[in-house]
Design a protein around this ligand. Structure first.
Ligand code: FES
Ligand code: FES
Length: 160
């Protein structure tokens, strides 16, 4: 059955008719053409599809589009401020936190949720927060460094 939903995505309101079974990730990618959110598995385990729903990181492959009705979604496309990269995006660039880049949007959205709750996390806390995100290129060391860079930047310290 189809249902009309209104979702604010990256600050823009969209009203669309969707099948009740449509996944949020398909709504974002196929309807809104926001293809920065990736699908890397069909078992809810890789985290490539992570977005923010009302400011909290969720896996959009296990969220229905209708669950986002009346709520706010942020995707990787909404993280930069014009031409200014988000500190996490800058961190991944500066610290070589990506190789193929497939996992990167999900890593950044999960890390952003962590830094919102805990702006100065330890290395252990970063690793723990990212345990639901897989990097098939296995660049975990530099991913952690990238998040540390962003935390330093957000806290007004000169990033290491
Ligand atoms: Fe959502 Fe893998 S695509 S967890
Ligand atoms: Fe390739 Fe993470 S950079 S999967």
């Amino acid at each position: 059955m189809a249902k009309k939903i209104t979702v604010n995505v990256n600050g823009v309101s969209f009203t669309e008719e969707v099948e009740e079974r449509m996944l949020l990730v398909h709504f974002l990618r196929d309807r809104l053409e926001l293809t920065g959110t990736h699908v890397g598995c069909d078992t809810s385990s890789c985290g490539a599809c992570t977005i923010h729903l009302d400011g909290m990181a969720v896996k959009s492959c296990t969220t229905l589009a209708v669950q986002a009705d009346g709520r706010s979604v942020t995707t990787i496309e909404g993280m930069a401020d014009g031409d200014t990269l988000h500190p996490l995006q800058e961190g991944f660039k500066e610290c070589h936190g990506l190789q193929c880049g497939f996992c990167t949007p999900g890593m950044i959205m999960t890390a952003a949720d962590l830094l919102n709750d805990n702006p100065d996390p330890s290395e252990h806390e970063i690793r723990e927060a990212l345990e639901g995100n897989f990097c098939r290129c296995t660049g975990y060391h530099n991913i952690v460094k990238s998040v540390e860079y962003a935390a330093d930047k957000i806290n007004g310290k000169v990033p290491a």
